[in-house]
Write a protein that binds this ligand. Structure first.
Ligand SMILES: [Zn+2]
Length: 201
């Protein structure tokens, strides 16, 4: 079964420094849609909504807290909340974000809201998260893990080809060879709603 090593005309490996060994980050595991404790781990970026200039935060990465599960520590990036009133409920995204931490304050001014949101870095909140696919090239969007295609094992896919036929050029890391192929969209995770901590039993 095993070939005689002497017949393989092998070269010796390049010198490898095992003290500098970098383990593979592996394949990230998406948290299934559901309700989770989330930890903001960096200060938010303060900004404004595009048209009406309401105070808006781009929250730093939100780390999913799921001790012992493969998606523990999964980071949700670029999540935004602003103080523009919801059309059908007496609240707004920042109020929901604050109360999802169990926050009891009653901020009114922009400065109040900025101080409040900044004070909650490294304090867990609670959010409903779900999967989302987005194509930057054509704008195709699919929201909801239940709407995603399933693989042979019955699990929802973590990536899919753009159904609108978008193409992309991909470069092989080892050979440097570029090939044009169907554009691959990666499933991402977003917070659909920040909810009061009592919702997490
Ligand atoms: Zn597309």
């Amino acid at each position: 079964m095993s070939a005689d090593v002497n017949d393989l005309n092998l070269r010796e490996p390049d010198t490898f420094d095992w003290d500098e060994y970098e383990p593979s980050a592996g394949v990230y595991v998406l948290p299934p849609a559901g309700i989770y404790r989330l930890l903001p781990i960096e200060l938010p970026v303060v900004g404004a909504t595009q048209q009406d200039h309401y105070l808006q935060f781009e929250l730093g990465p939100l780390a999913v807290m799921a001790d012992g599960r493969p998606w523990d520590g999964f980071k949700i990036n670029y999540q935004r909340v602003n103080v523009k009133p919801w059309p059908k409920r007496r609240s707004h995204g920042v109020a929901d974000y604050l109360t999802s931490h169990g926050y009891q304050g009653r901020p009114q001014s922009n400065d109040d809201y900025i101080a409040a949101v900044q004070s909650l870095v490294n304090h867990p909140c609670v959010g409903v998260i779900d999967h989302k696919v987005y194509c930057k090239s054509c704008g195709y969007t699919l929201k909801g893990q239940d709407k995603l295609p399933k693989d042979e094992s019955g699990a929802t896919v973590t990536r899919m080809v753009c159904p609108n036929g978008c193409r992309e050029t991909r470069v092989n890391e080892q050979t440097g060879e570029a090939t044009e192929q169907a554009k691959m969209l990666f499933v991402n995770v977003e917070v659909r709603a920040f909810v009061p901590p009592e919702r997490l039993k």
